[in-house]
Design a protein around this ligand. Sequence first.
Ligand SMILES: C[S@@+](CC[C@H](N)C(=O)[O-])C[C@H]1O[C@@H](n2cnc3c(N)ncnc32)[C@H](O)[C@@H]1O
Length: 358
Amino acid sequence: MNYIWSKHSLLKFIHASIEQVVGADRFLVSDLCAGTGAVARMYKELGHPTMTNDLQYYSYVLLQHYLANSEVLMFSGLESLLDWLAERVPEDRAEMVCLYLDQLSGMQWFVYQHYCMGGTQWGEFHRQYFSDTNGARCDAIRMQIQERYNEKMITDGEYFFLLASLIESIDKVANTASVYGAYLKQLKKSAQKDMVLTPALLSLSRQPHQVYQQDINELIQHTSHEVVYLDPPYNHRQYSGNYHVLETIARYDDPVLRGKTGMRDCSDQKSKYCSRVHVLEEFHNLMQNIDAQYVFLSYNDEGLMSLDDIRDIMSMRGEYGVFEQSYQRYKADKTENRNHKKDRTVEYLHRVKVEDRS
Ligand SMILES: C[S@@+](CC[C@H](N)C(=O)[O-])C[C@H]1O[C@@H](n2cnc3c(N)ncnc32)[C@H](O)[C@@H]1O
């Protein structure tokens, strides 16, 4: 997924820097503002156990699949419905279930009614986050996944795999410039294409992978860690607002939507890391209370916290250092790019080796 400040293109830098400090042993990696889980996924592939966390439910869904799903998904419970499934080898089954869902006829439910032109054209706000066809197909697939799950025909792992596949696939045909803070007036080319329900990649692993959906400052009160990787938001832009449509598709909880953008109420998912007033206190509390051997923090040179603030706070806990790398600004983010003359930023990876482990 094209996620704001995803670390996908910085993985080499992050891995090499962490290895320089921690070494190459197998350690538990805690990616605690994990978003799409790019960093934890890299470590899962390398054979590490992981712990991931994020405030957002769509992120929790992605993490439940990409991290916690570690064995081939059999979909045995669907054999009574899809009799041809029993003849398929295990490795093909997930893809076959996606193909089946992809062929369902569209249904005009929540996504169609609230995020598509066909469903909103007679109302006060004419929204067009998706084409009518893709909105209705998303509804049909989302309903079917939920019904099969409620009937216990699919396991938790299969449920999260299907939801992750749907979130990734519908995002590819979204009619937005980048995020869901606004939609485009005309359907752009990629949004005119039919969504293809593409199976989300599965990474096999024998290590444990725990996933949480909590505020990080609360999570660290009851968890302990080895190597912590932190990647909080850098600026005032809340992820809950930027990805509200994916949150609703993931939850499918029939929320009340407001205004032109059709935002759901996200007041319980506002991050203090996006607030100039609260961010320093929040980060200070986090660093003071975290139980870990090493903490790494990704932050860029335009964030709400200054380099000096970060150094002062992190060095409370032990020996501090920082790595840096010049980085291509997040390209799809046109609104933000307009306000910046530079097309590159400096990405820092701050680190501390904790000396006074609580
Ligand atoms: C910069 S993004 C992380 C990107 C991620 N490293 C990736 O590569 O996909 C920041 C993430 O922090 C999450 N977040 C913000 N405040 C949080 C909080 N207080 N606790 C947990 N997660 C939070 C956001 O929902 C968002 O997914």
